[in-house]
Design a binder for this molecule. Structure first.
Ligand code: S3P
Length: 187
């Protein structure tokens, strides 16, 4: 195993569109660890989609389920975990991650996030809205959502991260290599 602190999880943190799932699964392969997507775990556990939970229980209801899922995941054997973009909003989640693993923030510019999330939306990917806006143009509404979300979360990603991984203009293989290079230097 390349990663010396093998008794700990690796949590990937960052907003929607920062590449947590694609980088996470490649990173797990590179480290010989198992990959887990926290949203997928939650959806399978409740047999419901994230969008459905947001529709019926609202964001606050989703956050309660998300925190319980995080507690369960933390008790599992060490894995590479793609967390939901908003997992850092909860102090309890931040404490759990600090106690049970290392956090890697996939730092991505708002322009790149917009490009990826807009392209996903054009392909029909359904993501619940995180803010309400009167913006009529859907791409401007998305731009505004990304900006407002990052204003709140950027300091939380920053303070929770053990390692900040820049991702703009880097293919996933390079991002994975850079994270492994960092982890392999840890004692
Ligand atoms: C959310 C991000 C989503 C999902 C939910 C809320 C957020 O996860 O948990 O839609 O608040 O940023 P991904 O970041 O994996 O898309």
């Amino acid at each position: 195993m390349i990663y010396p602190i093998s008794n700990k999880h690796i949590f990937l943190i960052g907003p929607r569109g920062s590449g947590k799932s694609s980088v996470g699964s490649a990173l797990a392969t590179g480290l010989g660890m198992v990959f887990l997507d926290a949203d997928t775990y939650l959806q399978e556990k409740h047999n419901r989609s994230v969008s459905d939970i947001f529709k019926t229980e609202g964001e606050s209801g989703f956050r309660v389920l998300e925190s319980t899922a995080m507690e369960e995941i933390c008790m599992m054997k060490p894995k590479v975990i793609a967390t939901g973009g908003g997992a850092v909003l909860s102090e309890r989640n931040r404490m759990l991650m600090a106690k049970n693993g290392l956090c890697v923030w996939l730092k991505t510019s708002e322009d790149t996030l917009l490009e990826r999330l807009w392209s996903d939306r054009c392909k029909g990917v359904d993501r619940p809205a995180l803010i309400s806006t009167s913006e009529a143009d859907p791409k401007n509404a998305l731009r505004r959502e990304i900006h407002e979300v990052m204003l709140v979360r950027e300091p939380l990603y920053q303070s929770t991260a053990n390692w900040i991984q820049e991702t703009d203009h880097k293919p996933p293989e390079i991002i994975v290599q850079e994270i492994i290079h960092h982890l392999s230097g840890l004692k």
